[in-house]
Design a binder for this molecule. Sequence first.
Ligand code: G4P
Length: 526
Amino acid sequence: MSELKKEIHRRRTFAIISHPDAGKTTLTEKLLLFGGAIHVAGAVKSNKIKKTATSDWMEIEKQRGISVATSVMGFEYDGYKVNILDTPGHQDFAEDTYRTLTAVDSVIIVVDSAKGVETQTRKLMEVCRMRKTPVMVFINKMDRDGKDPFDLLDELEEELNINVLPLSWPIDSGQSFKGVYNIYQRKLDLYTPSKQTVTNSVEFKNVASPELEKHIGDRLASKLREDLELVEGVYPTLDVEEYLKGEIAPAFFGSALNNFGVKELLDCFVKIAPYPRSVTAVERTVQPEDNNFTGFVFKIHANMDPNHRSSIAFVKICSGKFERNAYYKHIRLDRQMRFSSPTAFMAQKKETVDEAYAGDIVGLPDTGNFKIGDTLTSGENLHFKGLPSFSPEMFKYIENDDPMKTKQLQKGLDQLMGEGVAQLFTNQFNGRKIIGTVGQLQFEVIQYRLLHEYGAQCRWEPISLYKACWIESDNREQLEDFKKRKFQYMAKDKDDRDVFLADSGYVLNMAQQDYGDIKFHFTSEF
Ligand code: G4P
């Protein structure tokens, strides 16, 4: 195997997703402990943004600033290079999370055993399903009284619309939690509450052995045997191919806070999770092992300090090797560029790197050259397919409040939209600009940044909309007829595509009924 191939095949780039408070930060921290990337628990700054802070978004941005350092956490483990991509916890930044999911090769979902599947998890799983991303589940907080494990797995299957497969099985829960039987490694992992230590495991190939009683007592031993028999009857054995196709999600039980079940998750993860997958560009499918470098920008982190206007563009390397100071082509600008200080993220340190491989993320200091979705290559004219936009949930007209600063407003809006802060639609009927977001916070962010970074003043005016749908049809006549009839509600997105602004669910339903040949999409990538 070539050196390049070896490097790529040992990479595991993934994101941990969860509903806020399920334990994402805690699990991340424990994984870093195993990777030797940090040495004490509590070292990872929480990227969690408490709901109560919504009124003070500057505070939130400060917290997000912290998250630059923890945006990507790389570490070495057992011969593997693991890259964890962090995702913002606050739901108003869900769009950021969606985009991050385009840069990962797999996902670990954390679920709180008492709460089960929650809204945010459901939405994020939809994105994973759309992209066929392989998923593993960590059922957390087993040290608390939770739901029955069979019920939980049923709930996961139903709510997340994916088959799950338990690879460990809990022995009781809450106060009397004894540990798990590790089905994957055929051993008994006994639980001792502690924030730092590693699980005490006993090899246990055969649970029929009377030794089991010695460890967990008569009642729990026979319950475990019964449960495992049922598990064996109900769930198939692990087929890694199915997992890699995103059809089945292996599940582990544990307690991140007590560092229980985490190493087992990690051990299985590095073994079966995919190395960088092929990526589809408009022109061709790009294989990670291709010798030539290609990559795309999936996230831009602006510096909130107006004195240092540079931002960081995060590039996911799709193929080959990235080298510092080499010339690469910025496709949209049709320009050769070289980067003298690309950064990689090892643990919590951001450091300049000389090279990075497919699967890795590099951070490129930027002063406005990059937009989300931009492609960089060694020279080939290639366009990675645009990152998906999702129909926003909130809409407002944006108006210029200072006629002397029209240009500044235009420029600011262009850049902020390029960073993916929100989506801009232009109404074809009256030419007014509409900003769509997933949360109220973005409106505040935009207004503040336009003023402080571009000297432009904007004001918001209400518009009552339900959804923005991208429309397409092979039936040109019907499409034209629809656009004519709904001309007041037709808009263009940033790429000049047709978007229908439905002002209610009812209107949308009627439109779908009346125009059977038109497809109404809630994401821009279809
Ligand atoms: P998030 O990033 O998904 O939002 O969750 P985070 O890890 O911050 O965890 C949310 C809360 O749940 C934290 O408590 C954390 O200590 C707790 N937690 C995480 N894993 C477990 C577990 O296995 N068992 C139990 N019992 N609790 C767990 P907090 O009080 O909100 O924060 P903190 O003050 O403890 O940091």
